[in-house]
Design a protein around this ligand. Structure first.
Ligand code: ADP
Length: 610
């Protein structure tokens, strides 16, 4: 352990949260806040940010105020703390005057240790004065990137926090936490919250429990329906680029008998709220959504995120895929790629962005996303290096490249023929015509134009039409060809193609062997994460149902009772006494007392797979 963590902090961690040690990335921020030194913590989703400030809050005398951007997030966090016997409360616009008064009374009498506040409340002078009179030991700004216009979730009300901090009679220690790590966001956080002297801790971006795959298939709908059916007891998100696709995927899954929800910007607040709630409490198995389904999702047991289309850049992809497996248990992130996605994105960038410089930047980001889809080496390594992190290992053992699903095939012969056909027809045609020429089809259009006289005519008569079209898509994606986009895209050669024609470069295709799309990946041995859900068998499902029943009775999100990781361990360990139950990671004293006997009974009643 690099940092000295007090015994008291470790005791609190075990008593309240049921964990015997801090994660390495949590130690420094916890120690720093305990020493009353400001902290900026940049940690990826699922790294365990909350504990970094919740434990110091429990150790300090006085109140911790936590600013949090969304009412739903705030409620989840507070519910999760209260069920662990941690005195927490929230103040936001949903409270009645009586509830507000009661909460403030409890805060003033020192009963509450953590008070979650929506920053909008700082707009009221009266409220600011009330807060100023409290013994504030620590102020935490959660999702701190919301303060910056450079971030993706700018909230003007976050700007009130800095001013309010400056007005306090005694400056408390301040911690700002976020998963967004760009320098401009970090600088804004420093400047606007007065954190120039803060200790900045940046945790690696790797999420070892997530497996990453790219599947290149034209039959995406079949894949999705098949995949979801193979994972009936799991929750997942399917991201689509357009509202129309959301509705199509939703229809198909619903027809296949799957409890599916949908979510996009065109729905009323009421419907969105309903969908989000039903998904959070496990009533819905799958949510099909556009990227509008975002920050409010604190659900820890999302077991897979499928992308029905390739997103526009790696930043969006990592953020959306990262909603899987927040609980640290194995989860899958699968991107379904089709060459059409490239055309659509290029078209949208050209149409929606005026500035040529911005266009150029977006195109470069898009190219990096395409390269990810065609990356034949470790996908995780590629992704981390994109975000500026170097890795010492070469294989993660937990992505579609490392699991050996790909085969490299030399396609230089095919590439040269296609490039020559494009050159011979003066870059005037799209893929259909070029394929017909290289396959030697004597259509009326071809003979009339005299293309059957080209030396390359019929040079690839041994290759079928579909494979050739797929290859052309890959040549575009890999930057050998340029496609004009729009309704009738025309192909032209790039400098890369000229290198190939000059014999200076070979072209490889990555061929995938996708048969049954349900392969549940093993968790990388590099990570040491607990066993997979599959290993836990039917007892896990039985415990999940039991948790669901309790969740309904108590009106509490299922994952706040116990996350999936605890259920997996329970199913594997099958404790028979409260003592054995207490050894399960993530079971603190309060939850043991509250739910221990009920889960022990559920385990003893289970008669399956013994
Ligand atoms: P973040 O806010 O960074 O996305 P959370 O605070 O929600 O992450 O934590 C993610 C998961 O990790 C939660 O299920 C949490 O209980 C678990 N966790 C946090 N700290 C520890 C720890 N020291 N040991 C084991 N699990 C932990």
């Amino acid at each position: 352990m690099n940092e000295m963590i007090s015994k008291q902090a470790l005791r609190m961690l075990e008593t309240y949260f049921g964990y015997t040690s801090f994660r390495p990335a949590q130690e420094a921020p916890v120690a720093s806040l305990l020493r009353d030194e400001d902290v900026i913590g940049i940690m990826p989703t699922g790294a365990g940010k909350s504990i970094c400030f919740q434990i110091p809050a429990l150790c300090k005398s006085g109140l911790t105020i936590v600013f949090s951007p969304l009412i739903s997030l705030m409620k989840d966090q507070v519910d999760g703390l209260v069920v662990q016997n941690i005195p927490a409360a929230l103040i936001n616009s949903t409270l009645t005057q009586a509830e507000f008064n009661k909460t403030m009374y409890e805060v003033r009498s020192g009963k509450i240790k953590l008070l979650y506040i929506a920053p909008e409340r700082l707009g009221s002078n009266f409220f600011c004065n009330v807060l100023r009179a409290l013994p504030i030991a620590q102020v935490i700004v959660d999702e701190a990137h919301c303060i910056s216009e450079w971030g993706h979730d700018f909230r003007p009300s976050y700007r009130l926090i800095g001013e309010w901090l400056r007005s306090l009679p005694k400056r408390p220690v301040i911690g700002a936490f976020t998963a967004t790590a760009t320098k401009s966001v970090e600088n804004d956080i420093k400047q606007l919250l007065g954190l120039q002297e803060a200790n900045v801790y940046v945790t690696g971006f790797d999420r070892p429990n997530l497996s990453f795959s790219v599947i290149r298939t034209p039959k995406r709908m079949d894949y999705v329906v098949h995949y979801v059916r193979q994972h009936m007891s799991e929750n997942g998100i399917i991201y689509c680029s357009t509202r129309k696709d959301v509705e199509r995927v939703y229809d198909n899954l619903t027809r296949a008998g799957i409890k599916t929800g949908y979510y996009h910007g065109g729905l009323s607040d009421e419907v969105r709220h309903k969908m989000q709630n039903a998904y959070a409490d496990d009533t819905l198995q799958v949510m099909v959504a556009t990227n509008a389904f975002g920050m409010g999702i604190d659900k820890s047991n999302v077991r897979y995120v499928l992308h029905y289309q390739m997103p526009r850049n790696m930043e969006s992809y990592y953020q959306e895929a990262g909603r899987a497996g927040r609980d640290g248990a194995p989860a899958e992130c699968i991107l379904l790629y089709s060459g059409q996605d490239v055309q659509v994105h290029k078209y949208l960038i050209e149409q929606s962005i005026e500035s040529p410089i911005r266009q150029e930047i977006e195109m470069r980001k898009l190219q990096a996303m395409i390269d990810y889809c065609f990356c034949s080496s470790c996908l995780r390594k590629y992704m981390l290096s994109y975000f500026g992190e170097s890795t010492v290992w070469t294989s993660c053992d937990n992505c579609s490249s490392c699991k050996g699903d790909n085969e490299r095939v030399n396609v230089t012969r095919e590439a040269k023929a296609v490039f020559r056909a494009i050159m011979g027809t003066e870059e005037r045609y799209g893929a259909t015509m070029i394929v017909a020429i290289v396959r030697g089809e004597r259509t009326e259009r071809i003979t009339r134009a005299g293309h059957d006289a080209l030396p390359v005519f019929g040079a690839l008569s041994d290759v079928d039409e579909k494979s050739l079209k797929g290859l052309i898509q890959q040549f575009v994606a890999s930057g050998y060809l340029h496609s004009s986009g729009g309704k009738y895209p025309v192909l032209s050669l790039t400098a890369g193609a000229e290198e190939v024609l000059a014999g200076r470069k070979e072209v490889e295709e990555i061929r995938q062997h996708v048969s049954v799309p349900s392969r549940r990946s093993k968790v990388s041995t590099r990570t040491g994460t607990a066993g997979t859900r599959n290993a836990a068998g039917g007892l896990f499902e039985h415990l999940r149902q039991h948790r669901k029943k309790l969740s309904k009775e108590e009106n509490l999100r299922p994952y706040l009772i116990f996350p999936d990781t605890v259920l997996i361990d329970l199913a594997n360990l099958r404790p028979t006494t409260l003592g054995e139950f207490a050894n399960v990671k993530g079971v603190g004293e309060a939850k043991l007392k509250k739910y221990g006997l009920s889960f022990l009974q559920a385990i003893s009643e289970y008669k399956g797979d013994l």
